[in-house]
Ligand binder design. Structure first.
Ligand SMILES: O=C[C@H](O)COP(=O)(O)O
Ligand SMILES: CC(=O)C(=O)O
Length: 215
């Protein structure tokens, strides 16, 4: 196995430090501050704020500048313009549901590590050829779940994943027990309705419960 690049090393450090990366959809940018604080208090400092709302970039900027204990990443990055905007907002890592040539070119020019998504052996091999040995596996449950992912571990033994999509308390441990899984992603630790209602203590409790998931 080749030594990981500096950017892969940084990504691995973030992913290996917690079993779950919260995947967040933030409608009001200011919510990013109490939300990032609550998740960090609960033991999940690394968070993925998805670019699925108009408030997302400002949410990243606020959490990155106001919550030093948080490790703020951006998710749902689909193209180079979004990559650059998310990096400029202060993202420490960038996540995409997929892996396009233009996104990989944008990431090559940036110091910010990219976690691109791949599902099929050919997609995974293509990403690996471009230097990516750490990948997102999305949508995990819908694409074949833990059984599918486990079956990749033998032929594609150099590649490790962050499965995301359809993962919750009932199945997270199954994914985390796989040899090719580093951590999982999920929205269950910060549900949209809890964010809307400002239930920060409840989100902290969900995060704390998630940190006890074993790997
Ligand atoms: O689109 C889905 C999110 O990336 C996370 O998936 P989830 O809500 O099933 O945890
Ligand atoms: C699927 C995911 O986590 C993303 O939109 O980046």
């Amino acid at each position: 196995m080749a030594a990981p690049s500096q950017k892969t090393h940084e990504l691995l450090q973030i992913m290996e430090a917690q079993p779950v990366i919260p995947v967040l959809k933030i409608e009001r940018a200011a919510d990013a501050i109490p939300l990032a604080r609550a998740l960090a208090r609960g033991g999940l400092p690394a968070i993925e704020i998805t670019l699925r709302t108009p408030a997302a970039l400002e949410a990243i900027r606020l959490a990155a500048s106001e919550v030093p204990e948080a490790i703020v990443g951006a998710g749902t990055i689909l193209n180079p313009a979004q990559f650059e905007a998310a990096a400029a907002a202060g993202s420490r890592f960038i996540v995409s549901p997929g892996c396009t040539a233009s996104l990989i070119d944008a990431a090559a020019d940036s110091p910010v590590p990219l976690l691109p998504g791949a599902i099929t052996p050919s997609e995974i091999m293509t990403a690996y050829e471009r230097g990516y040995s750490v990948l997102k596996f999305f949508p995990a449950e819908q694409a074949g779940g833990a059984a599918f992912l486990k079956s990749l571990s033998s032929p594609l033994s150099d590649i490790r994943f962050c499965p995301t999509g359809g993962i919750g308390v009932a199945n997270a441990a199954t994914y985390l027990s796989l040899p090719n899984v580093i951590c999982v992603g999920g929205s269950w630790v910060a549900p949209d309705d809890f964010i809307a209602a400002g239930k920060w203590d409840e989100i902290e409790a969900l995060a704390r419960a998630a940190t006890s998931l074993s790997r």
